[in-house]
Design a protein around this ligand. Structure first.
Ligand SMILES: O=C(O)CCC(=O)C(=O)O
Ligand SMILES: [Fe+2]
Length: 278
């Protein structure tokens, strides 16, 4: 996609600004707020017409409902869920194979025989590399066709293909597709990748709590009230600010304040830990 090159200096995953908490392998850096850092990513890539058509095709949902005897039809459109850059540096271990829509607690039924039913997915990603990605430097691993699998089927690395790319190309995939950032087995190459992740527009609250109340007011609320109003996290990964829960972030905490490596058994909302599980 046009603009990939100019995204890189803005997000700059090599800079010291890049977040590197204790829960992340030291060789992998992540840099949040990409659309705020790069006008190109925000005003060109994110709203690219071709991307918009693909996103709308898969993520829009139209439903009908009755208001007494009058039937209404509504369509919800995709919105941005995350924008960030990920720099898998030399020697970085690869990610575990995962579906990005795990964050939205999606149920997957086996569609291998029936074929893909439109509106099955609620999440989509587009990844665009800052350098040429290769099998050696950590190209994204993808299992083609895995968006059709039911929840009882586990992914294996043998089923993967490498999404090798040149700067200017992009990988677009559904939230139900198994994939993983690859291992960077080189000793001297960094693999910066920029990502935009989108969700169906209904995946937000009816009243926007974050704009409705000023942070100074929320700061005076009880922890229970903050959590109930959505200022904690939904496990895994939903609702973060700079990879932290909004309430921790508003309290001025830093990622380095957290030492949690594994949130599998933890309720982030109650424990209020800053965790992100890729
Ligand atoms: O870095 C990559 O190639 C993939 C990243 C990814 O899968 C994720 O962040 O969810
Ligand atoms: Fe992912």
């Amino acid at each position: 996609m046009e603009g990939t090159r100019s995204a890189y200096p803005h997000s700059n995953p090599h800079s010291n600004e890049t977040k590197q908490g204790l829960m992340f392998p030291p060789e992998t850096r992540r840099c949040t707020r990409l659309i705020g850092r790069s006008q190109t990513v925000r005003e060109e890539l994110m709203v690219d017409q071709r991307l918009t058509e693909v996103l709308n095709y898969f993520l829009c949902k139209t439903t009908k409902n009755w208001y007494s005897q009058k039937q209404h039809t509504y369509t919800t459109y995709p919105i941005l869920s995350i924008s960030l850059s990920m720099d898998v540096r030399a020697g970085a271990a690869g990610q575990r194979l995962h579906r990005d829509d795990k964050n939205y607690h999606v149920d997957h039924r086996d569609q291998t025989a029936s074929g893909y039913a439109r509106e099955s997915d609620v999440e989509m990603a587009v990844l665009f590399p800052g350098v040429q990605t290769t099998k050696e430097n950590g190209a994204t691993l993808v299992i083609p066709g895995s968006h059709l699998w039911g929840d009882d089927r586990a992914p294996t690395y043998e089923e993967c293909t490498y999404a090798t790319m040149m700067p200017g190309e992009a990988l677009v995939f559904l939230g139900s597709t198994y994939h993983a950032g690859g291992t960077n087995a080189t000793t001297d190459q960094n693999r910066p990748m920029h990502g935009l992740f989108f969700v169906r527009g209904v995946t937000r609250t009816e009243e926007n709590q974050y704009y409705t109340y000023p942070p100074e007011e929320v700061a005076k609320w009880s922890k229970e009230a903050k959590v109930r109003a959505g200022f904690g996290l939904s496990n895994p990964n939903i609702g973060f600010v700079d990879l932290m829960s909004p309430m921790d972030w508003a309290d001025g905490k830093k990622l380095e304040d957290f030492d949690c490596m594994d949130n599998d058994a933890m309720d982030c909302q109650l424990e209020s830990k800053g965790v992100y599980e890729f």
